[in-house]
Write a protein that binds this ligand. Structure first.
Ligand SMILES: [Zn+2]
Length: 316
């Protein structure tokens, strides 16, 4: 018995010696809403003691309604909405959210604010046409945030960093220093086929270098699509994007710079990538679809790089 008491006392003593990491850590909490119909896009509700902040606002009205219901069940007013980048799946639903929850300020970078209407118009006229009846077209107004700015909502610090163009025309990250939480938008798509369909794979790799140099102490990474993960998911993204670049470059060199990649060459590339990365998330589209967009854009980007390098060589 005495042994047991000593044992329990020892446990108690060691518990008291632990640093009070979690002593005041009740707030913030985070809730994640994932769309099924709208490309598995994530919205995060950062809940403080009295208010909530929404990071990314969904694409479809059906999802915005469900997200509103979740926020209503928390029962706290919305202090702010934040848009990470100018792709419709991250901002279009904010109109419906304001319609359901009342007005609240919405923050974005300057570049995201100016690219939102351009992207949204193209999207509704093209790929988004079939979904248009469930998308509100009027865009939510935004307030501008800049790199280095920290805003405080409900005693929680939100630090903003504009990482410039990459997966989208602009990508903003949000860091919560007290928790060491990093909200990356689509700079990461945890365990998914990474999208480089806008032809900026080099910029994407540059953003990863920047994150590794500046945010390596991150505890949790909250991606625009895919599961919440640890910081080492950045390495998996670097590996995948580098590999897509490497294989596409090899195919271009094999084919010769004077001719575009044949349909067959592209198909071989897609099959290679599907074999190397089986079973990754495809956002409800298909692996083939995402990879064919990627190959199309990578061919263009890398061909331009090669031609520029050749021009530089000839100049010298
Ligand atoms: Zn997205």
């Amino acid at each position: 018995m005495k042994q047991l008491i000593n044992y329990l006392m020892a446990i108690l003593a060691s518990a008291m010696l632990l640093p009070p990491v979690y002593a005041d850590a009740q707030w913030p909490q985070v809730h994640r809403y994932v769309s099924i119909a709208g490309w598995s896009v994530n919205s995060y509700i950062v809940e403080g003691q009295n208010q909530v902040v929404i990071i990314d606002g969904q694409l479809l009205n059906q999802d915005a309604k469900k997200l509103s219901a979740l926020i209503n069940s928390i029962g706290k007013p919305v202090a702010a909405g934040i848009i990470t980048h100018p792709h419709s799946d991250h901002f279009a639903g904010f109109s419906k959210l304001q319609n359901q929850l009342g007005e609240f300020p919405i923050y974005a970078s300057k570049a995201t604010q100016s690219h939102m209407p351009v992207f949204h118009k193209q999207f509704l006229n093209g790929f988004g046409k079939s979904m248009a009846s469930d998308i509100t077209t009027s865009l939510a107004p935004t307030q501008i945030v800049k790199t280095g700015q920290t805003l405080i909502f409900d005693n929680i610090k939100f630090h903003f960093d504009d990482l410039g163009p990459g997966e989208a025309e602009n990508n903003l990250i949000i860091y919560l220093p007290e928790k060491q939480w990093l909200f990356t938008g689509d700079i990461t798509m945890n365990h998914g086929y990474y999208y480089v369909g806008e032809g900026r794979s080099f910029d994407v790799l540059r953003q990863y270098d920047y994150l590794k140099a500046n945010y390596a102490n991150t505890n949790m990474v909250f991606s625009g699509h895919g599961e919440i993960g640890r910081f080492d998911i950045i390495d998996t993204h670097i590996e995948q994007v580098s590999q897509m670049r490497k294989l596409t470059l090899a195919a271009i060199k094999q084919q010769g710079l004077s001719k575009p990649l044949t349909k067959k060459a592209k198909q071989i590339l897609i099959n290679d990538l599907m074999t190397q990365y089986p079973g990754l998330m495809d956002y409800g589209l298909s692996a083939k679809q995402i990879l064919s967009w990627n190959i199309y854009a990578l061919e263009k980007e890398l061909r331009n790089d090669l031609l520029r390098d050749l021009a530089v060589k000839q100049d010298n």
